[in-house]
Write a protein that binds this ligand. Structure first.
Ligand code: BGC
Length: 790
């Protein structure tokens, strides 16, 4: 009886508590709030319409277009010129967050509301291909930290970068934004940049996930590629970046992979990314990527960018008619909210709009010099001798440097230091007559092509200004009047199209003739000729390099480029960059040459984004895992400049390679001593390759597994570098068992100054086959691929 009475009283108390709690909710805290209530409660308080809007962005204005220009969707420009925003639900404490391009600097409108009293220019950092050529993760991290400060101080929550697709083919239009033909360099350089940027409390979006290795038909191409090539080459870099740096977001790519749009692929976005790699952030589409918003939701593509009303409607409809489980929507939202919680917008961070651009310009200059690669240097043509004062600077590019590529990878910077300006800043005298001829030609040519806005330029790119053929009489005069000739060659590219062979990969006839004439005439006077390459991707060098005494590959070095190039030419900085991508002897040697950019089906063309023709296309990666040096080394194909190659003004010797054990058990540590044997201080990039036994599996003759860069070594000084070889470094992917397998046998550790210049080797044994990892069965090709084999 007493027990019943007690129970009755407890029940009354519980009911009263509940009533009090309910009335509190009604009177004081009307809704759960993000940050204060559990995410589940916040989601439970959303209407279906709100949910369907949160997984879809707010639309966008094409950057650089005037209000009357083409507007796609709606826009909420918290930060004018940013690429997009997420939907806000103020009643639940959810702010809009801002995402902005791009991999080489914050891409926002520099002038707002016509007010020129205040500007919003950002630092143009050296492009990705240059950063990777530094092989210096500490430098890239430091660059990222400064870059991320601009992201935060300009009010942006997530930076849409780094871009990290593999350089499958030299003609890839976005190779400048990407890092390397090798996934290990790609992964560690990307992770360093992400760690640097995110140390500011802002996010990144590693892109474009995955196998987006061409711009031709980027929205319609079906990439057919083996599971092994995917895992070992095209996914590997992303896997490293995800595990080493936890990027807040991942951007799915436009293309299909083995028959499914990347943004609609559950295999890619859920099985590989989340289950196999443990990824915790969210996935957003590339802009207007994919077709079916419901399939995208089911695949685990949390956010559709930049977002259209139609996508939200389709998602709402699918939940209502039962074709989309609301739980899937809730999970995608939870992924987004987890990141919003960390964002500056959520924390109501008061950004200054005033990052320290001066300090960042200095950092950009320093980083640029570290990734430039000295390709040729006969008889110490460089650094410029103390006797060199007067310089004849040939080539239009000498007066108009290309800081970075086009499209979303471009940055609105306040200025770009030309090579001419950089040289004059350092006290060199640039021949005025030649400068006047070239700069007035440039102004005349520009007058013929009035500047277009972003949209017009994207739809109908202005052709590059053709090189000016300098008259032999002028060249002869300059050979008398100056101490040396510099010939600058420039190339630009960007999203939307790949590069072409004639006049782009190959130099134009005018360019080749110019190098040859300058060389013939200057050499007759015993004066040297230096070629500077201001390019974003690989070009042919074999047709003209014999004419040059030295070649400096300056890449696209950001806004301080001219100063950074001069730092190398003058010897103020000793070059230490090395190639993270191969320069072949002939384009036809490129393993993907016969399968790039694939086959089009014009008869099935439809109208795509912005009224552009969209042509269905197919590309098959028949070269399989044999990309870049994996191919050239294994099949003994001579290259012009191999992967990992780069000269210095000093020399290094390698000695005392030591392995921690003769037989593998868990891991092996390798140490090697590097000594500066030359006469000036310098840094050396050291590469560790492994040759694995290949009794059961076909394998490249060697693969890069680790790399390191010495500090600045004074002449005679040494440094011992340490590398750790893990079990996973020995394994290859076996598609039959969806596992990573290391074969028993003898492994050779090769320490190289490049992929072919191996300095020290040592072997160790693995006693039995090892399974180093199990994966989901995912991304299986729908057709048989005739993968290249040794
Ligand atoms: C590009 C992305 C970029 C996005 C937003 C797309 O066209 O492929 O790299 O982040 O636009 O501008």
């Amino acid at each position: 009886m007493i027990a019943v009475a007690v129970l009755f009283i407890l029940l009354i108390m519980a009911l009263t508590d509940k009533t009090i709690a309910q009335s509190q909710t009604r009177d004081k805290v009307p809704f759960p709030t993000l940050g204060k209530s559990p995410i589940k409660a916040v989601i439970a308080a959303m209407t279906l319409e709100e949910k369907a809007k949160l997984v879809v962005g707010n639309g966008f204005n094409l950057p650089g277009t005037k209000p009357e220009g083409p507007v796609i969707g709606r826009t909420q420009d918290k930060v004018p010129g940013a690429a997009g925003t997420t939907f806000a639900i103020p009643r639940l404490g959810i702010p809009a967050t801002v995402v902005s391009d791009g991999p080489a600097g914050v891409r926002i409108d520099p002038i707002r509301n016509g007010d020129s009293s205040k500007t919003y220019y950002a630092t143009a950092w050296p492009v990705g291909i240059l950063l990777a050529s530094s092989w210096d993760t500490a430098l890239v991290r430091k660059t990222g930290a400064a870059f991320g400060n601009e992201v935060r101080e300009y009010g942006v929550d997530i930076l849409l970068g780094p871009g990290m697709n593999i350089h499958r083919n030299p003609l890839g239009g976005r190779n400048f934004e990407y890092y390397s033909e090798d996934p290990v360099v790609t992964g560690y350089i990307a992770a360093a940049l992400v760690n640097g940027i995110q140390s500011n409390g802002v996010g990144t979006s590693i892109k474009h996930f995955a196998a987006n290795n061409q711009e031709t038909d980027r929205n319609s191409v079906n990439t057919t590629v083996s599971e092994r090539a995917l895992r070992e080459i095209y996914l590997k870099g992303f896997e490293i970046a995800v595990k080493q740096s936890h990027p807040w977001t991942v951007m799915s790519s436009y293309n299909y992979i083995n028959g499914t749009y990347a943004s609609e692929s559950h295999d890619l976005l859920t099985d590989v990314l989340r289950k196999d790699w443990g990824y915790k952030g969210y996935v957003m589409t590339d802009w207007f990527g994919g077709k079916d918003p419901v399939a995208q939701m089911k695949a685990g593509n949390n956010l559709l960018m930049p977002g259209t009303a139609d996508q939200s409607e389709k998602i709402t409809e699918a939940v209502k008619n039962g074709t989309l489980d609301e739980k899937v929507l809730d999970e995608n939202i939870a992924g987004i909210l987890n990141i919003i919680l960390k964002s500056p917008s959520f924390k109501a961070y008061k950004f200054s709009d005033k990052p320290d651009l001066k300090k960042h310009a200095e950092l950009s200059r320093g980083a640029a010099a570290e990734g430039m690669v000295l390709l040729k240097n006969n008889e110490h043509a460089l650094p410029l001798a103390k006797s060199v004062h007067a310089i004849a600077l040939f080539g239009i590019n000498g007066y108009e440097l290309i800081a970075g590529g086009t499209g979303s990878g471009d940055v609105n910077k306040a200025y770009t230091v030309s090579l001419e300006k950089g040289l004059s800043n350092a006290g060199y005298h640039i021949d005025a007559e030649l400068r006047n001829i070239i700069t007035s030609y440039l102004s005349d040519e520009k007058a013929k092509h009035p500047k277009k806005n972003f949209f017009e330029e994207f739809m109908n790119p202005t052709p590059p200004i053709a090189e000016l053929a300098t008259d032999d009489v002028v060249i002869a005069k300059k050979a008398n009047e100056t101490d040396i000739a510099l010939v600058a060659i420039g190339r630009n590219a960007g999203e939307g199209s790949d590069r072409k062979l004639p006049g782009d990969y190959y130099l134009t006839e005018t360019e080749k003739r110019q190098i040859k004439s300058v060389a013939d005439i200057f050499h007759a006077q015993h004066k040297k000729v230096i070629v500077v390459l201001n390019i974003g991707g690989v070009i042919d060098v074999t047709e003209w390099r014999d004419n040059a005494d030295a070649i400096l590959l300056a890449w696209q070095p950001g806004l301080e480029g001219g100063n950074a190039i001069t730092d190398i030419l003058s010897g103020k900085i000793n070059p230490s960059g090395k190639l993270a991508t191969t320069f072949p002897v002939s384009y036809n040697d490129v393993p993907s040459a016969k399968n790039f950019p694939g086959k089009e089906f014009p008869e099935k063309a439809t109208t795509g984004l912005m009224g552009r023709k969209q042509i269905p296309a197919e590309v098959t990666y028949e070269e399989g895992i044999y990309v870049g040096y994996r191919y050239y080394n294994t099949f003994n194909i001579k290259t012009a400049y191999e992967f990992g190659y780069g000269l210095s003004y000093t020399n290094f010797s390698y000695s005392k390679l030591t392995l921690s054990a003769a037989s593998f058990n868990d891991k092996i540590t390798a140490t090697v001593k590097v000594t500066n044997t030359g006469t000036v201080a310098g840094k050396e990039v050291v590469q560790l390759y492994i040759s694995a036994p290949a009794t059961k599996t076909d394998k490249p003759s060697e693969e890069l597994k680790a790399f390191a860069k010495t500090g600045l070594l004074q002449p005679g000084k040494s440094q011992t570098l340490t590398f750790v070889i893990k079990a996973s470094d020995l394994a290859s992917f076996d598609a039959n068992t969806s596992s990573w397998i290391a074969e028993t046998g003898e492994y050779t550790v090769k320490i190289g100054a490049s992929s072919t210049n191996i300095k020290q080797t040592k072997t160790f044994k693995l006693d039995k086959d090892l399974v180093t990892g199990k994966t989901s069965k995912a991304l299986t090709p729908q057709v048989e691929i005739n993968d290249l084999k040794k």
